[in-house]
Design a protein around this ligand. Sequence first.
Ligand SMILES: Cc1cc2nc3c(=O)[nH]c(=O)nc-3n(C[C@H](O)[C@H](O)[C@H](O)COP(=O)(O)OP(=O)(O)OC[C@H]3O[C@@H](n4cnc5c(N)ncnc54)[C@H](O)[C@@H]3O)c2cc1C
Length: 386
Amino acid sequence: MARAADFDLYRPAEEHEMLRESVRALAEAKIAPHAAAVDEEGRFPQEARDALTGNDLHAVHVPEEFGGNGADALATVIVIEEIARVCASSSLIPAVNKLGSLPVQLAGSTELQARYLTPLARGEAMFSYCLSEPDAGSDAGGMKTTAVRDGDHYVLNGVKRWITNAGVSEYYTVLAVTDTEKRTRGGISAFVVEKADEGVSFGAPEKKLGIKGSPTREVYFDNVRIPADRMIGEEGTGFTTAMKTLDHTRITIAAQALGIAQGALDYAKGYVRERKQFGKPVGDFQGVQFMLADMAMKIEAARQLTYAAAARSERLDSDLTFFGAAAKCFASDAAMEVTTDAVQLLGGYGYTRDYPVERMMRDAKITQIYEGTNQVQRIVMARNLP
Ligand SMILES: Cc1cc2nc3c(=O)[nH]c(=O)nc-3n(C[C@H](O)[C@H](O)[C@H](O)COP(=O)(O)OP(=O)(O)OC[C@H]3O[C@@H](n4cnc5c(N)ncnc54)[C@H](O)[C@@H]3O)c2cc1C
């Protein structure tokens, strides 16, 4: 017979629900009021960064030994979900801080961890992740950026593209080819590069469909000379570390998608109660109720899969790769459908910037693309079927 505790797997702990309540209150008070302006003006959500840093929510995953919260994977998901519910751009602060720094946490030396995770935990620095290049997206192993050993230094040259929070972050995990023969089979290494390193520069911010508050820029490395102890793990292990990182962080993209979808449903639910046509609230029509039911059903299925994946990330289960890809793929597809339906439920008003659902629909789209497109997630799932 199963014991009651065996079913806790299907229910977030009380602390998780308390965390959700407090993050939701903070997000509604300090982040939501700026979300439309951040989108409209395409500016970095500094108010969100201040609020998150002031409440220790900017990088909750950093272990306690480096001054962080040591939040588990599910707590991190809940933080990102609740921020994304009001502003997807702002949710990229904790999400990309995790993405950028997780390689150091997973594979870096203790010295490297102390040096870079401590300022991150204090909120003094943000972290970005540099894998993609102009000609190497889905096929990240086709990267051209090189790191050549020169005494006790490495010299980096190349271009990374689509780098989230580039220019704002102080630190960058950069993947570069150290052996052109071996490439993904032991020829790619990971390094921490600092914004202040000589030879690092940034392109103009991309003009995007959504997440307009999160700067996406190219990062250029022009003979960037860094000490060899900035390598993350052993030479040649970078590609494996980069892929392992994505197993964990795709779950944070699922969380982001989930939050965006929940925000859209919550808004649409309130709207259909107020909006009257044919003499009654449009929410009284069964055609509208069925749409809301489908939206809520998809969100809840995405939430269960995302939380199940987070539990696997925490336990380092062997089926994490499948679950990380499945959660990201399912939740982002659900977010695209739910936000599109939310626009539909607001009719013509939904199509304007006077209401938040068109922003949510534009923001949802990116979750189907980054950290591997959903086609790539399906390749990953097919190769790792449970
Ligand atoms: C706003 C934004 C932020 C980003 N942030 C970061 C970041 O911080 N760090 C970082 O490293 N990268 C980042 N990326 C890059 C992102 O991960 C890539 O854009 C993504 O992996 C796809 O690569 P690509 O754009 O080169 O598309 P391509 O790889 O050129 O793909 C084009 C199309 O072909 C499909 N396709 C490709 N290969 C296959 C295949 N084998 N089977 C079926 N279909 C296939 C794709 O699914 C897609 O539909 C970001 C991108 C954006 C737009």
